[in-house]
Design a protein around this ligand. Structure first.
Ligand code: NAP
Length: 326
């Protein structure tokens, strides 16, 4: 495994991270523990989870619980990244008791995550999504206080537009706060819009990117076919709401072109997906989700395989041609 700094911070993370939104939900606690062990054995250090993952019976938190149980006695080997802000109760939270980025809620949410994760500190605590009701200053000051109290080591954000990321960096400078070190946003061969505004902002402020849906929920592993139903047991068979975004024929045209390119260069579609992401220097770790040890091992192998300059040049031309057409 290779390791990178998360932005310009001192936090070192493995190039392959484990996205933990399957833990304690689509896979049970025993399988989650085997997956975490396999990841640790491969040298993976970054485990990305969120308080809302693994919703069961109307309440969230099962993925943090599964990760906490799996890391018992192994906590020091892991960099735990979790998130707060999305509603912990289904059906919304108008009263602001179970969601958001207010000081009041953050102080409550962090204690709950620490409990579920069975730890006394979170390495990276991320705001999961913008909270239009809370000034960013309030959120950043609360996160700074958590760093000073030793409950979290670093702070990050997710799903914020580039202008808000820049705003956060300016507020942190102005108020001499620890600020944020990372952004977590959708970024993959199929969703490249972060390149327009977000990536330049990250470079300017020395932040690291943790790309989510790096495999487009498995679409970039080659296991789905244009005219067939998703295989039984796969994510897109289980989470049918995710299927819609991939029904677009132009998406399939790109996937098939990418698969052809991979074949010509004797690698897999997943190798291409990981290699392209890791060629971006702002990308610190590819936090791919997995449901089995085999997937974990395959993903580690893909991460280790550096794509050639020739392949990268061909890939860039292909993506540019696809963008011009769509
Ligand atoms: P992903 O990494 O694009 O896809 C994960 C899925 O791909 C797995 O569940 C598995 O599908 C399949 N897969 C992985 N490796 C495979 C392999 N080698 N061969 C075949 N199939 C393979 O999507 P994701 O897990 O949703 O995203 C990654 C992480 O990003 C999440 O776990 C979460 O931590 C984070 N995330 C964050 C946000 C946010 O708003 N900040 C949103 C989404 C996700 P099967 O389940 O079919 O086996």
């Amino acid at each position: 495994m290779r390791y990178r700094s998360l932005g310009q911070s001192g936090l070192i993370v493995s190039e392959l991270g484990l996205g933990c939104n399957n833990l304690g939900g689509r896979i049970d606690n025993a399988q989650s523990a085997r997956l975490v062990d396999a990841a640790l054995d491969l040298g993976v250090t970054l485990f990305d989870v969120a308080d809302v993952y693994g919703r069961r019976d109307a309440h969230a938190g099962a993925s943090e619980e599964a990760l906490g149980a799996a890391l018992c006695g192994k906590r020091d080997k892991a960099v735990i990244a979790t998130k707060f802000g999305m509603s912990m109760i289904s059906g919304g939270d108008d009263a602001g008791n179970a969601s958001g980025a207010s000081r009041r809620y953050i102080m409550q949410a962090v204690e709950a995550s620490l409990r579920r994760l069975r730890t006394d500190r979170i390495d990276l605590y991320q705001l999961h999504c913008p909270d239009p009701r809370t000034p960013l200053d309030e959120t950043l000051h609360a996160l700074n206080d958590l760093i000073r109290a030793g409950k979290i080591r670093y702070a990050g954000v997710s799903n914020l537009p580039a202008w808000q990321v820049v705003d956060a960096c300016h507020i942190a400078r102005r108020d001499r706060l620890a600020g944020i070190i990372s952004c977590q946003d959708e970024f993959s061969l199929l969703e490249r819009s972060a390149r327009t505004d977000l990536l330049p902002a990250l470079r300017q402020f020395g932040l690291g990117l943790l790309p989510y849906f790096p495999l487009a929920s498995g679409m970039l592993t080659g296991k789905y076919r244009r005219d067939s139903s998703p295989p039984v047991g796969s994510r897109l068979a289980a989470w049918t709401y995710l299927q819609d975004r991939y029904r677009d024929p132009t998406v399939w045209t790109l996937i098939e072109a990418l698969a052809g390119l991979a074949q010509r260069h004797e690698c897999s579609l997943a190798d291409l997906a990981f290699g392209w992401l890791l060629r971006h220097e702002t990308v610190a770790s590819v936090i791919a989700g997995a449901t089995s040890e085999t997937q974990m091992r395959d993903n580690a192998r893909s991460c280790m395989l550096e794509t050639s300059d020739d392949l990268d040049a061909e890939l860039k031309t292909m993506l540019a041609a696809h963008e011009a057409k769509s």
